[in-house]
Design a protein. Structure first.
Length: 256
């Protein structure tokens, strides 16, 4: 969330860096989040949504990102995501995050860091398409849409989506997510935190941090978090609205 463009520009450098190389990738994985990037930002100043995504690495398209950010008038809320695809997941433009959909009088966008069993989710929602041609996050998004259409309330939809994923044991690593929800010219970003069950390198990698500087509030992954601390950002507390626990697996929902 930012009320001015200068604040947004401060996060671009760390995002570009992590698209090239992320030193916190767990295990023996080496590299960066170079499997595409995208953004979905609600510009309250212009009353519109800026949506763009690419299958190319962000570090190769820095000028495009800069032009997009300069086009904003702010205040604004949204998501910027750089993708590190899960093993065996499809690559390219279609699979970059965020995913976005118009549902009745609302707009819903989702970006995700983690792994979901898309075969379990496909069975749950009755999806009959070729699962080799869709990503796990796409199936997660389809489940979230189903729940929103069913309940007509985004918080209830998020709760039910998390419960389904946990009870069906469809979470392979994490359901860390950012969800942009726009309805009647208002917007909120919901943060799903699913990392406290990890230990060691995985806990460090999947942890989510909240940072503030002036009127800019940033919710970010650990690598970008460390970079922004070096730029003078301060830690801030999340506004937690719910905690879900299934068989000891705890997931938190916050709102920005």
């Amino acid at each position: 969330m930012s009320r001015n463009i200068d604040g947004l520009h401060e996060i671009l450098g760390p995002l570009v860096s992590v698209s090239r190389y992320d030193p916190l990738l767990p295990g023996k994985v080496v590299g960066g989040h170079s499997d595409g990037w995208g953004l979905s930002i609600y510009d309250q100043g212009l009353g519109g949504v800026l949506y763009y995504k690419s299958g190319e690495p962000l570090y190769s398209q820095i000028r495009i990102l800069e032009r997009l950010i300069r086009s904003l008038r702010c205040p604004c809320k949204g998501i910027i995501h750089v993708r590190k695809a899960s093993k065996s997941e499809p690559l390219g433009l279609l699979y970059a995050h965020p995913f976005i959909s118009n549902i009745d009088d609302s707009i819903l966008a989702l970006a995700h860091n983690g792994g979901i069993d898309k075969y379990v989710v496909a069975e749950e929602i009755g999806y009959k398409g070729d699962l080799d041609k869709v990503s796990d996050t796409y199936m997660y998004f389809k489940l979230l849409i189903r729940e929103y259409v069913k309940h007509g309330n985004i918080v209830e939809a998020i709760r039910n989506t998390i419960n389904v994923l946990l009870r069906k044991k469809a979470v392979r690593t994490s359901i860390n997510s950012l969800i942009l929800f726009i309805n009647n010219s208002t917007s909120n970003v919901y943060i799903i935190e699913d990392w406290e069950h990890f230990s060691g390198d995985k806990r460090r990698y999947y942890s989510i941090g909240y940072l503030c500087k002036g009127d800019l509030v940033v919710v970010t992954s650990s690598t970008v978090y460390d970079s922004l601390l070096d730029k003078g950002f301060n830690t801030c507390k999340p506004n937690i609205i719910d905690v879900i626990e299934v068989e000891g697996h705890i997931v938190k929902i916050s709102i920005l």
